[in-house]
Write a protein that binds this ligand. Structure first.
Ligand code: SF4
Length: 369
């Protein structure tokens, strides 16, 4: 099948779950990852042996390269955080595989996982909750070093102090000596989040999961945290999984972007490709929802009906079909495969050409709010 982008013709290929993309440069790769949870039920339902399965992840495959910020976007509850937690082995996947620098870590023992943990860190959404308010900045950052002394080869308090100071410099909290004795309540939200990043960095990781790291911060200080992330990528070659629901931020911060809907990747590729040339109707709807600061500016309206269905009763065929304005009969019976359209750009939709053609026409019109 062919798609036209200007005068370029694009061929598509079906992507198989087990397909491996240049594994040499992968930091972390997940293949066909599934995670199911059992819902908590009432006493009588439990007595009757009733079980309700929540399909949080339904065959997710991602490949994050060295020195790459990989964005993962979608509505709340689509499974983004579950992907991040499964990658770090904070939760056990139901099936599928996880590879860290080429090593299969899916079924690593607790001891093996502990040794790996310093190399894979997480920065949480809320810096007001993730940092102990009774500990000074120095203690917050030094705590992880003390726990991982052997792995880091640290043997004295002076070397711990040097690592803490270096980490504070890397997140641009300088001069570090002014910050180490402060307590979290003496810092702004952006400074707290940078302390949280320093706490992860001090363990010299290769990969960091940043779970909505700026969504709790004022718009005015988001840029300072995002700049720290891009700086760390450029200077240290660090890789990030950047979980977000904000596509405008994703476009400017990430190198690649995957869009998730109800436990599945529906589109992924270079961030610019996905945002400037969205093939999937769901991606188009997310892009159309980005606020435009100019009321006379160009705005596309994409109508997506209803609510996100429950992960307990995932719709048959294409899981987006009950809300999709382009749905046809085949959409409710046959699940579309993830197809490579061009380069890294992949989409899972039977009618992506039609959806994109209509999106392009509408994006040429100007809609006033
Ligand atoms: Fe819509 Fe059908 Fe494409 Fe799913 S496969 S996104 S229902 S057009």
């Amino acid at each position: 099948m062919l798609v036209c982008k200007g005068d370029t013709h694009l061929t598509e290929t079906i992507i198989h779950q087990s397909e491996i993309e240049s594994p040499g440069s992968s930091v972390i790769r997940i293949v066909g990852l599934q995670k199911q949870f059992l819902a908590k039920l009432g006493f009588w339902a439990a007595i009757r042996g009733k079980k309700v399965v929540i399909r949080a992840l339904d065959g997710v495959s991602l490949d994050i390269k060295t020195g790459e910020i990989f964005g993962l976007a979608g509505e709340s509850g689509c499974g983004k955080t579950t992907v991040g937690r499964a990658m770090l082995r904070l939760i056990e996947p139901t099936s599928g595989s996880i590879y860290f620098k080429g090593q299969d870590i899916t079924h690593l023992s607790d001891k093996g996982t502990r040794a790996l943990r310093a190399k894979m860190q997480m920065v949480f959404q809320d810096p007001y909750e993730s940092i102990n308010p009774r500990m000074s900045v120095y203690e917050v950052i030094a705590e992880g070093v003390r726990i991982n002394k052997k792995i880091l080869g640290v043997d004295s308090e002076e070397s711990i102090r040097q690592l803490v100071i270096k980490a504070l410099e890397l997140v641009q909290l300088s001069p570090p000596e002014q910050f180490i004795s402060r307590y979290p309540h003496e810092l702004s939200g952006g400074q707290r989040q940078r302390v949280a990043i320093a706490r992860a960095l001090v363990l010299q990781p290769d990969f960091i999961v940043a779970d909505e790291p700026v969504s709790m911060l004022d718009v005015s200080i988001r840029a300072e945290v995002l700049n720290v992330m891009t700086d760390l990528r450029d200077k240290l070659g660090l890789s990030f999984l950047f979980i977000t629901h904000d596509l405008a931020l994703a476009k400017h911060t990430t190198d690649k972007l995957a869009i998730m809907y109800l436990g599945k990747i529906v589109e992924q590729g270079e961030s610019g490709e996905v945002i400037d040339m969205p093939f999937h109707p769901y991606t188009q709807a997310l892009i159309a929802a980005i606020p435009v600061p100019d009321p006379d500016g160009r705005k596309v309206e994409v109508f997506v009906g209803g609510e996100v269905p429950s992960a307990v009763n995932i719709p048959s065929g294409c899981r987006f079909h009950p809300r999709c304005p382009f749905a046809k009969e085949i959409c409710s019976t046959t699940e579309p495969e993830l197809r490579r359209i061009e380069g890294h750009h992949q989409v899972s939709c039977h009618f992506y050409e039609e959806a994109y053609a209509k999106f392009k026409i509408r994006s040429k019109k100007t809609y006033l709010p």
